[in-house]
Design a binder for this molecule. Structure first.
Ligand code: UTP
Length: 316
């Protein structure tokens, strides 16, 4: 008898194909703008923040994207769908540049949606993806967290997952006085440039309790084992089901690695960071950058002048 050779790839060595983008948070830091609009839809120059996130996933080769949405989900769904009337109007005018811009979001990947009924926390949002993801490793990209399009963080994380299996988090060294705003990782060197072993994780520690200055930022590559852990994860910090708490359990088993990132990252859910994001990305745009940067220099010089001689402001 001939034994059939299985072509199935074991779950632990499957390449990552799917991305999950949680976008169901309340966005309270950005009220009132986020009262009726998801914060992930706030424009960064001329695209909503979440489009940069999906572009990043697509650029790293992930062709299946699941959005976890909540209230006001329509705007996100509509953005990644076809807009027939608009497309027809632009086509009739022969405006191919804008027509492409309107069509691009729906062409980035196969986009799916699942609803998180109540914003019970990031861990709960990830658990909502269980049915869609199944037994495959997957990436999580927070919908309001932008990595500059010139960076290659996600590809580096996918490479670490491929070589080490388990789960991978992205770590950024922050001012120790700011670590209470993030999940924080305890790490050990593994003899690899820019990669560490994660031995523990704690959500938003007070500075005295933080095991390091490594903050967990909004990119993850997760083993499907995380779903089983999340099922049993009780509400933690802020009464929310925290992804950090589930990853802490996996880290205790020695299956979590961290990729250290020192590039450009923006939290567009924070007002000041949002403004910095718009300015930086506008300056980098070939169509807008030169004029905008020239105006910005003049504007800043004017601010400096006004600071030096405040009396001029009242005279003007
Ligand atoms: P944040 O903590 O930044 O989102 O979550 P938030 O709760 O909306 O923010 P504020 O503090 O009230 O302004 C990070 C990401 O996780 C998603 C958010 O939409 C954001 O993209 N998230 C958070 C969910 O999808 N569900 C949740 O229950 C919580």
């Amino acid at each position: 008898m001939i034994t059939p050779r299985s072509s199935a790839v074991s779950p632990s060595t499957r390449p990552v194909r799917k991305a999950v983008v949680p976008a169901a948070g309340l966005g309270t830091r950005f009220l009132p703008a986020t009262k009726a609009t998801p914060k992930e839809m706030l424009p960064v120059v001329d695209k909503p923040a979440i489009q940069y996130v999906v572009e990043e996933a697509a650029a790293a080769g992930l062709d299946d994207v699941l959005m976890v949405t909540g209230r006001h989900k329509r705007a996100i769904e509509d953005h990644f769908d076809h807009a027939f009337e608009l497309e027809q109007a632009l086509a009739a005018k022969g405006d191919t540049v804008r027509l492409d811009a309107v069509r691009d979001p729906a062409r980035l990947a196969a986009i799916h949606h699942v609803r998180q009924r109540d914003p019970l926390g990031l861990g709960h949002a990830v658990l909502c993806a269980r049915h869609h993801v199944g037994q495959e490793p997957f990436a999580v990209l927070l919908g309001d967290d932008l990595i500059d399009p010139r960076e290659t963080l996600l590809s580096r994380m996918l490479d670490v997952r491929q070589r080490h299996a388990g789960s991978v988090v992205a770590l950024m060294e922050v001012d120790p006085a700011q670590i209470h705003l993030y999940g924080c990782a305890a790490v050990r060197p593994i003899g690899e440039e820019g990669v560490v072993g994660v031995t523990g994780l704690v959500e938003k520690p007070s500075p005295g309790d933080a095991p390091s200055a490594y903050a967990v930022i909004g990119r993850y590559v997760l083993d499907p084992d995380v779903f089983g852990v999340l099922e049993g994860t009780r509400p933690g910090r802020g009464g929310e089901i925290q992804l950090t708490d589930a990853l802490q359990e996996l880290a205790a088993d020695g299956t979590v690695h961290g990729v250290v990132f020192d590039g450009l990252r923006y939290d567009t859910g924070d007002k000041a960071d949002y403004l910095r994001t718009v300015v930086r990305l506008a300056c980098a745009r070939p169509d807008l950058g030169p004029d905008f940067a020239a105006w910005l220099k003049e504007f800043v010089a004017g601010l400096e002048g006004a600071c030096k001689s405040p009396e001029r402001r009242t005279a003007a």
